[in-house]
Design a binder for this molecule. Structure first.
Ligand SMILES: [Zn+2]
Length: 833
């Protein structure tokens, strides 16, 4: 307790504590259920999440009563607390060793729901209780906050000749080890109320588990330690319990970190992944060891020395060598891995150590995924699921500018994979467009790279950010980050170059700001403080007397394009001579700006994002979409081709409807793929092949009578037309009014229906199934037989039945398919085939 009295320094208020103690509500339970995934293994009682989802109405009141009774200190029945532990072998390890197996404990679902409710309740208060050093499991914080901060600190230490070494420690099974009594005391110390503590105690106090060995369960045994895997509350409790240790490090005057202005940076944490910024290593390292020992005695936390790494950043070599024998850590030669990225002792190696190796890895993975049965859309999905997340993680965590050559080789790697090394049939520009704009939403990595840097520009611009990396950058730049992106180029560039990472982001920002219409210079966002173009503003207090905000900008002096008067600005405040003087100065400044029309205009989208406050949720995808859709909208070439083939003109709205229906035509990705291939002129018709290879006749292979162009092969050929006529007869059974009998209506779904109502019809399925048969009979003299079409429809029918059933949407299935069930077996229908 003495430890906690000393180092557990933040508490929640008594009001908050009461708020956290109020009875659990049906809404909270409903939310927890809604966000629980079905399809996972249940606990010892065998009841899966689905059971609770289906019978919510019946179970909810009982569950709530049971949960709320626990607040009075009643223990949970032993059976409900029991967990099943299953042992899974770790891949590629020796199966004879205990350490080669990973235990997974399966809890009962009612318990997991309970833990989830408590976790959701606690989460909003974590940021206030946990210092910004810790970014794991705290809402609004993420891994890249730590990596960006570390890179900045390394740069700063080198530049300011502070002798820095990085120590990254590995805690042995940290989550499972922490002693329950210590957790319990920490919770009292931070001021949690009796109910919340009783609830948490019910979950953790008397836990038991049994192990499943070769399919047989052992007798249950008690667990005294720790937080548990698979329990959503565990990581939050762990983070809270670790906080006193981190505070002990911060308060320990023997441990020196990197000094940046007034701030002293000693440690960064991502849950139990700790990184120490160590200066004066001769004194600091032993002090850190003592701190670990003290904390370990109380909590069982242990450090694995061999798996802890030290990287020398700027300590003179001779002294680093002298330290080695005293510490059992692994001394890294020139880089250490932290949160999945390599931190290099030389900042110039950062790119080399991280990006090309990932490219090699991606190349190897794509080679492994190069099975012939993976379809074209499947390959695009592989890029999105396998390549995109790993690349985005690097792009977000390492804020550097990338060489063009890297992005180019990435792009060619992706293209080679998608097109199996052959010549692309659809351009990269088209594929990367959104689906509604006629593409396939293939990720454009160079836009993602720019979006990652824009995300930083947004984080700079927003008021009230508490991110530590931003504070370090601000200290290096020497101006508020809120003004930096919006300053005149000459000043901005000079300031940004005080750090390579700020410089990289600033450079990219200025390169793309005008190109993508993100802003203008000047813009309403231009600051009137710390801006050399407005000299009186270099003393910010003068302007802040008028505008009561930390960063007064031009926009604060305008109201719907009109300049605000002094009385309007001052509202009820007393207007002094000084106020009038400052106002006159600013008016004079505005009058001298050549692009007057930019000053009072409404904010553009990106500016609006920067001008908002609070954390930016889904920032990256938001900014990526912004950039992608701002790219000059030349329609995909295939749209023009269709218009000339069909001799019609379609509006943008009509095209986006066609695109939408193409992508949502069915649950079968095979049908979707064919639909998109038809739309995008993927298929090589004789007239096209003839252009490459004059040996091949340009005539239709079926009738040998006309030019084999797109329209002929798919529609006009005398051999294929009867096929469509019969499909059209069948269509009469399933849709009323009928779309017209034309290639635009039957091949592209250009019709008078709304998207939503057409999607619900069977017509779209009838047509897509028919369409998909034509490539199957490519180069054959006969049209596809209707019996085959019928078989395909039956296959689609059974697949959709399964899919809708599995996702609890059977009514939707019936709406679509009841007509089919009714008619497809009648003799009159069979006669159509
Ligand atoms: Zn023909």
């Amino acid at each position: 307790m003495a430890y906690l009295t000393k180092y557990s320094t933040t508490r929640i208020s008594s009001q908050t504590s009461e708020l956290l103690d109020r009875p659990l509500t049906a809404d909270e339970l409903a939310l927890a259920l809604k966000t629980s995934k079905t399809g996972k293994s249940p606990g010892p009682d065998g009841l899966p999440v689905r059971y609770y989802k289906i019978y919510t109405a019946i179970l909810s009141p009982h569950l709530l009563t049971a949960y709320n009774d626990l607040a009075e200190g009643q223990p949970l029945p032993t059976q409900s607390l029991c967990a099943n532990i299953t042992i899974l072998p770790k891949e590629g390890k020796d199966t004879d060793l205990c350490s080669s197996y990973r235990p997974i404990s399966l809890l009962n679902c009612d318990l997991k729901l309970f833990a989830k409710i408590l976790a959701e309740r606690l989460k909003p208060f974590l940021p206030a209780l946990v210092h910004a050093d810790q970014v794991g499991f705290v809402p609004g914080r993420e891994a890249r906050d730590n990596t960006m901060r570390t890179l900045q600190l390394m740069h700063h230490a080198r530049r300011s000749s502070q002798e820095l070494a990085l120590l990254s420690t590995d805690a042995e099974k940290a989550f499972d080890r922490v002693d329950w009594d210590f957790i319990s005391l920490s919770l009292i110390r931070i001021g949690l109320g009796p109910h919340l503590r009783a609830w948490i105690g019910a979950l953790y106090g008397d836990a038991t588990a049994r192990v499943c060995v070769n399919g047989v369960f052992t007798a249950p045994f008690p667990i005294r330690n720790g937080t548990r895997q698979g329990c959503p509350l565990s990581p939050l409790l762990f983070v809270l319990t670790l906080e006193p240790f981190l505070e002990a490090i911060r308060l320990n005057s023997d441990i020196s970190g990197v000094q940046v202005g007034p701030q002293h940076h000693k440690v960064a944490a991502y849950a139990d992944d700790l990184l120490f910024f160590v200066t004066k290593p001769e004194v600091s390292l032993p002090a850190i060891m003592v701190a670990f020992r003290d904390y370990g005695r109380l909590t069982n936390l242990k450090i694995n020395y061999l798996k802890s790494h030290i990287l020398n950043v700027s300590v003179p070599d001779s002294r680093a060598q002298a330290l080695k024998p005293y510490f059992a850590f692994t001394w890294a030669a020139d880089k250490i891995k932290y949160l999945g990225i390599w931190l290099s002792s030389q900042s110039s190696h950062l790119f080399r150590d991280n990006f090309p190796p990932l490219l090699t890895l991606i190349q190897r993975d794509l080679a492994n995924w190069n099975y012939p049965h993976i379809s074209w859309l499947g390959r695009i999905a592989v890029i999105k699921m396998n390549v995109q997340p790993r690349l985005l993680y690097l792009l977000q965590t390492i804020p550097i500018d990338l060489p063009r050559a890297f992005l180019a080789s990435l792009r060619s790697l992706v293209a080679t994979y998608i097109w199996r090394g052959k010549r692309p049939r659809t351009s990269y520009q088209v594929l990367t467009r959104s689906r509604a704009a006629g593409g396939l939403a293939l990720p454009n990595f160079s836009l993602y790279h720019q979006a990652c840097h824009l995300q930083r520009v947004v984080e700079w611009s927003r008021e009230g950010s508490v991110k530590l990396w931003r504070a370090v950058e601000q200290e290096l730049v020497g101006r508020p980050m809120t003004v930096l992106p919006w300053l005149p180029l000459k000043v901005g560039r000079k300031l940004a170059n005080s750090s390579p990472y700020v410089g990289a982001t600033y450079g990219i920002w200025r390169r793309i700001a005008i190109k993508f219409n993100l802003t203008s210079f000047p813009s309403p966002m231009t600051p009137v403080i710390h801006n050399e173009d407005y000299l009186p503003g270099l003393d910010p207090h003068s302007v802040r007397r008028l505008i009561l905000t930390p960063t007064p900008r031009i926009l604060h002096f305008f109201d719907a394009s009109a300049r605000r008067s002094l009385t309007d600005i001052m509202q009820d405040r007393h207007v002094s001579f000084l106020h009038s003087f400052h106002y006159a100065q600013i008016r004079h400044y505005f009058d001298g700006i050549p692009q007057q029309h930019q000053l009072g205009r409404p904010l553009w989208t990106f500016e609006r994002i920067c001008h908002s406050t609070g954390p930016l949720s889904h920032g990256l995808s938001l900014l990526y979409t912004l950039l992608r859709d701002a790219t000059p909208a030349i329609p995909p070439p295939y749209m023009g081709k269709w218009e000339s083939v069909l001799n019609i003109t379609l509006s943008d709205d009509q095209w986006s409807k066609i695109c939408e229906l193409t992508h949502h035509c069915s649950t079968s990705s095979k049908l979707q793929e064919t639909a998109y291939k038809v739309l995008s002129f993927w298929y090589r018709t004789p007239d096209i092949i003839n252009r490459y290879d004059p040996q091949v006749p340009a005539l239709c292979w079926r009738c040998n009578d006309a030019l084999g162009d797109m329209l002929h092969i798919w529609w006009e050929c005398q051999i294929i037309r009867p096929f469509w006529a019969r499909i059209y007869d069948i269509l009469k059974e399933f849709i009323d009014p009928l779309p017209e009998f034309s290639p635009a209506a039957l091949l592209l779904h250009h019709n008078n229906y709304s998207i939503a109502s057409y999607k619900r019809t069977l017509a779209i399925r009838v047509l897509n199934t028919a369409k998909a048969l034509i490539p199957l009979f490519w180069r054959q003299l006969t049209p596809p037989p209707l019996t085959l079409w019928f078989t395909r429809m039956e296959e689609l029918h059974s697949i959709e039945h399964l899919i809708f059933k599995a996702s609890d949407r059977l009514p939707l299935y019936s709406e679509k398919w009841s007509n089919w069930v009714l008619r497809s077996s009648t003799t009159s229908f069979r006669a159509l085939l």
